[in-house]
Design a binder for this molecule. Structure first.
Ligand code: ADP
Ligand code: MG
Length: 255
């Protein structure tokens, strides 16, 4: 594997009495695409929220480009949770795209993409506008700069959401079922943009039920079940010759 960009080590997360993540290890190398499959409720969204620093792990470590996230390391080697302002800075390096497009409904397309650049990264409006337009061009949405989210199809909204995450120039992009809320005829345009990103060398973690996409684009596919990774492997092995009965059972229920 190429040098690791994102690493999760023994991540645990419990809500109330329910242990949702039971010790998850995951490594994504530079320019690699990892696809996570698994049944509903198995913890896929939870692991992505932890990796995006949207909520803390109860135990375990997350490293981005070799640096442990979410904590400051004291001189005696112990760690403390990071202050919110520092967390916010670390979050900028991790792009996240959700199942629901999560665009700001009251802002037009261009403004959705420039907002974090001007407000978080402190960029001038003119520079932000230029970067936003370039990024919207990449996802095929440069012709809709002044449209509002409600005037766009779901596929178009999701492509704007991808541009909004990309414009911060993150080290890694996390996708949480980015096409599952879309009408079937709009799925392809979003997967095409994601495949193009992968071809350009973006490091990605993709939670998806799109097995054809995973087979074609992912370097490694993992099955998540009950808060654990059950099996990981290259797509050919994972789909055509899985080791675990649970993987065979899961795959037999798809299509
Ligand atoms: P998946 O994305 O694989 O469908 P999730 O990560 O969304 O699974 O959820 C895993 C389990 O954790 C589910 O049982 C869900 O109800 C529970 N869960 C997720 N988030 C919370 C939360 N904030 N509070 C309580 N339970 C949660
Ligand atoms: Mg989910």
């Amino acid at each position: 594997m190429s040098e690791p960009v994102l690493q999760a080590i023994n991540l645990h997360r419990t809500y109330g009495n329910t242990e949702v993540l039971k010790g998850v290890d995951l490594t994504v190398g530079k320019g690699e695409v990892k696809a996570l499959l698994g049944p509903s409720g198995s913890g896929k969204s939870t692991i992505l929220r932890l990796l995006a620093l949207l909520e803390p792990a109860d135990d375990g470590e997350i490293l981005l480009n070799g640096k442990q996230l979410g904590v400051s390391v004291m001189s005696d080697g112990t760690t403390r949770p990071l202050r919110e302002s520092h967390l916010a800075r670390q979050r900028r390096d991790i792009g996240m795209v959700f199942q629901r497009f999560n665009l700001f409904a009251h802002l037009d397309v261009a403004h959705n993409v420039t907002l974090a650049l001007t407000e978080v990264a402190g960029m001038s409006k003119a520079d932000a506008r230029q970067q936003a337009e370039a990024m919207l061009e990449r996802v095929g949405m440069a012709h809709r700069l002044k449209h509002y989210p409600s005037e766009l199809s779901g596929g178009q909204q999701q492509r704007v959401a991808i541009a909004r995450a990309l414009v911060m120039n993150p080290s890694v992009m996390l996708f949480d079922e980015p096409t599952s809320a879309l009408d079937p005829e709009l799925v392809g345009e979003v997967l095409d943009v994601m495949e193009q990103l992968a071809d350009e060398g973006m490091t990605m973690v993709v939670v998806t039920h799109e097995t054809r996409f995973a087979r074609r684009v992912a370097n490694e596919v993992s099955l998540f079940d009950s808060g654990r990774i059950v099996e990981s492997g290259p797509p050919e092995t994972f789909f055509d010759d899985p080791s675990h009965a649970r993987t065979r059972q899961f795959l037999s229920h798809l299509h």
